[in-house]
Design a binder for this molecule. Sequence first.
Ligand code: P6P
Length: 336
Amino acid sequence: MSRISLTQYLVEQQRSGGHMPAQLRLLIEVVARACKRIAISVNKGALGDVLGSAVSENVQGEVQKKLDIIANEVLIEANEWGGHLAAMASEEMDSIHVVPNRFPQGEYLLLFDPLDGSSNIDVNVSIGTIFSVLRKVTNTRGVSEEDFLQPGKQQAAAGYCVYGPQTTLVLTVGDGVVMFTLDREMGSWVMTESEVKIPADTKEFAINMSNMRHWAPPVRRYIDECLAGSTGPREKDFNMRWVASMVADVHRILTRGGVFMYPWDAREPNKAGKLRLMYEANPMAFLVEQAGGGATDGTRRILDITPSKLHERVAVVLGSKNEVERVTQYHLQQAG
Ligand code: P6P
């Protein structure tokens, strides 16, 4: 395969006239450059005084890691001046960040989890940046949180960068899923996958098994059947993976299939789930669907959910289409 650059891919998308207005192309190039900058800090580890926790907490009440704050600041500073954005929202900020008046405002809204998988930072396990792009659809002057509260099917683009053995940028603009690996010698993103497809079936599930006693019956039924393997109703053995970095687990699923689950559980029954709808579940659901997979909250298609607040949480079942459909059917059967 001739290895084209991210810029060439974006120019070709722009030429094809379908999915790449100039402001969106600039947005993606700026985010990709910010991810290179974040990768430099991540890769420094203990040599860069970037490990460990900051003294602050985020809107989720979670202690922030130093790298969470660094990554957030890199994305804010990189995206403020370009004229492509009206505002940004981040897991690490309570409210939206409106582009300052000293810069031109654009038509896009950028949401991100600047560094997902923070619990893995200090133990050198893959982490990542997740981003979602919406259009500012209201023509009112100014921008507010309400402008962000759109269902995930409205996304103009979505992607993530995984900081692992390779630094890989995975992107969709609604025309399939492509992957770019960072060529560190050139400092450029080089296409390494041009048509990512998730197999419809799998023998691999990803879930935090330590929460088993707290799951709802449909999840318990599905996992019990996987564990029963060839001796049970599935008549095949399953493998389990859990990296505790959604980016790493989703990357594996985009690469070889599988099903990822972070379901509702009884530990905090008033919370729909642990993961955030707007800047974790939505971008990952867009990518997974564009690669032929499925993504639901157990009963609803994630991309159809209209958020009621910026940091809304959601249960997540995503990956190989036939497995997601099976888990969803178990939930719908239970719902009666
Ligand atoms: P647990 C990371 O903190 C994260 O938000 C996702 O990236 C990951 O899938 C999940 O939480 C891990 O949660 O409860 O297994 O630590």
